[in-house]
Ligand binder design. Structure first.
Ligand code: ADP
Ligand code: MG
Length: 547
């Protein structure tokens, strides 16, 4: 007669279980991610082995089934994957194969609470997270290609048992006996929500039983993994809407596969409208990182903050499935992917910018965000500059949405004009009417009108474009004497020799200096900033910020 064998866990496993269960209490829902990831891995392995041994081929309708049972207080997960032999059950679930508990313990102790969940995966102890929600776990498994099935069972303290079992098909069934304080996980809706969050794009169908009926819980297709030719525009749009929680059409869809030095697939969208979040909310990119289809995180900063409006997925083969938060921050793989993906988005913008009215739609939504890169991203400043668009004293609203670019401005510069002139303020209409512009307008010199908050900052860091200095017309004395006014001036030049010192005296403490200017035509006076200090708009913003 066959008997139940009892085995002691190594001392290591006991301590580790204790750690996992107690240190990660607030992130208990990740048990489902870990078990589903294991099931998906097992299915992948079976598919792979079936390539050379057709007898192992998985049934076409193979899925990962999750069945919560409130009466029995159990959650059952089953998969048609590769399965485990008796020896593999003992080896994989009874010992710590990959790295020692000590390293795990130390890392856990040193990690911030929010970093702890990823450590579970990193140390190859994902299975043990089952004990966060269960006080007993039974794993019944039958290795593909074998008739034998075994049940591994443990209460997570000290020992486990192995006993012969029955299983009609190869694969693995895990029964979690849910702890009293984890009853929330017996709710199908709770399980569905976790699956949607963590495993939506696992290609194997995942079902959650609701009232005895298996309901699909994941989308099940990694759209980005399909060849472009097989994806309809509607599918792209649907996926974009799902990812971005929006209902518009994407302005741009970028889908490509990189192979070679870097191996990744990217599917990115530039929204067709401006979501509140992208501009006013957090600055981090939310592009999702997947590793071999499995969702890892949307906090990998796959794009710089000034491209945070881009939504999408990057799926790579170059990272382990159990990548940790630390690794995400330090791995050169991600840095290289980041650079490549950023470059690809910039190329797309450059191409689309050739169609001025099309690009104007993008610019109206995300121009101010893109400009942040001019302020903070030295590496990309040069690439960004030609992509910028501006209102201008010389471009009417009707033309291409009223936008112009630095290259266009430069092509219109007057002979002998050395600077690209701009005027920054809150409102293009007010700027266009500003007395500051008079002298420039009278001489036919174009002035860019910068109306975004960020415009007060970035020109300072971008001193020149194609050798032309970028200068605020409110900053210092603009020497316009070498340009003849294009309109006739009837008035005699006023004799200012006496007036200027008198005004300087009268305004003492209010202004540093009162001087003559050729910047004005109709107005009598205008405020100017000193040449070395911040320009007027910058001063206004600094005042508003209370500095
Ligand atoms: P990891 O997945 O990082 O290897 P886990 O603790 O999650 O670590 O799982 C340990 C091992 O147990 C896996 O490597 C795998 O060999 C085995 N295993 C776990 N779940 C399954 C399953 N559903 N089917 C087959 N093997 C499994
Ligand atoms: Mg695992």
């Amino acid at each position: 007669s066959e008997t139940v064998e009892r085995h002691e866990f190594g001392a290591e496993v006991g301590r580790l279980l204790d750690l996992v269960v107690h240190a990660l209490y607030s992130d208990r829902e990740i048990f489902l991610r870990e078990l589903v990831a294991n099931a998906a891995d097992a299915i992948d392995r079976r598919r792979f082995e079936a390539l050379t041994d057709p007898a192992l081929t998985m049934p076409a309708d193979g899925s990962i089934r999750i069945v919560p049972d409130k009466a029995a207080r159990t959650i059952t997960l089953s998969d048609p994957g590769i399965g485990m032999t008796k020896a593999e059950l003992a080896q994989n679930l009874g010992t710590i194969a990959r790295s020692g508990t000590r390293a795990f313990t130390q890392s856990l102790a040193g990690a911030k609470p929010e970093d702890r969940p990823s450590l579970i995966g990193q140390f190859g102890v994902g299975f043990y997270s089952a004990f966060m929600v269960a006080d007993r776990v039974e794993v019944t498994s039958r290795r593909a290609g074998s008739d034998e099935a075994w049940t591994w069972s443990s209460e997570g303290a000290g020992s486990y048992t192995l006993a012969p079992a029955e299983r009609a098909e190869p694969g693995t069934t895990i029964v979690l006996h849910v702890k009293p304080d984890a009853e929330e996980f017996l709710e199908p809706i709770r399980l569905q929500t976790i699956i949607r969050k963590w495993a939506d794009h696992i290609t194997v169908p995942i079902t959650v039983a609701v009232d005895g009926k298996d309901e699909p819980a994941n989308e099940g297709t990694a759209l980005w993994r399909k060849p472009k030719s097989e994806i309809s525009e509607e599918s792209y749009t649907e996926f974009y809407r799902h990812l971005g929680h929006v209902f518009d059409q994407p302005w741009a869809t970028l889908h490509w596969r990189a192979e070679g030095a870097l191996d990744y697939t990217a599917l990115l969208f530039i929204p067709g409208m401006k979501p509140f979040q992208a501009v006013e909310g957090e600055r981090e990119s939310r592009v999702r990182l997947h590793v071999r289809r499995m969702f890892i995180t949307d906090e990998a900063n796959l794009l710089p903050p000034w491209l945070r409006f881009v939504v999408g997925v990057v799926d790579t083969e170059d990272l382990p499935l159990n990548v940790s938060r630390e690794m995400l921050q330090s791995t050169p793989v991600l840095a290289r992917i980041r650079r490549a993906v950023t470059g690809r988005v910039l190329t797309e913008l450059k191409n689309r910018a050739k169609d001025a009215s099309d690009y104007a739609k993008f610019w109206a939504n995300f121009g101010p965000v893109l400009k942040e890169g001019m302020w903070e991203d030295a590496e990309h400043r040069k690439d960004l500059a030609p992509l910028l668009r501006f209102r201008s004293s010389a471009v009417p609203e009707e033309k291409d949405g009223g936008w112009t670019s630095l290259p266009d401005y430069v092509s219109r510069m007057k002979d002998g004009q050395e600077a690209i002139w701009y005027l920054a303020g809150d409102d293009a209409e007010a700027l266009a009417a500003s007395p500051q512009l008079e002298g420039f307008r009278a001489r036919g010199i174009e002035v860019l009108l910068l109306t975004d908050q960020v415009d007060a900052f970035w020109p300072e860091r971008f001193e020149e474009f194609e050798g032309k200095k970028l200068r605020s017309i409110t900053q210092g004395a603009a020497d316009l004497s070498k340009f003849a006014p294009e309109v006739a001036e009837g008035d005699e030049p006023a004799d200012l020799a006496k007036l200027l010192p008198a005004l300087t005296e009268a305004l003492k403490g209010e202004v540093a200096e009162v001087r003559a200017t050729d910047r004005l035509v109709d107005s009598a006076v205008v405020l100017a900033a000193s040449a070395g200090g911040p320009d007027l708009q910058m001063q206004r913003l600094l005042r508003r910020a209370g500095r």
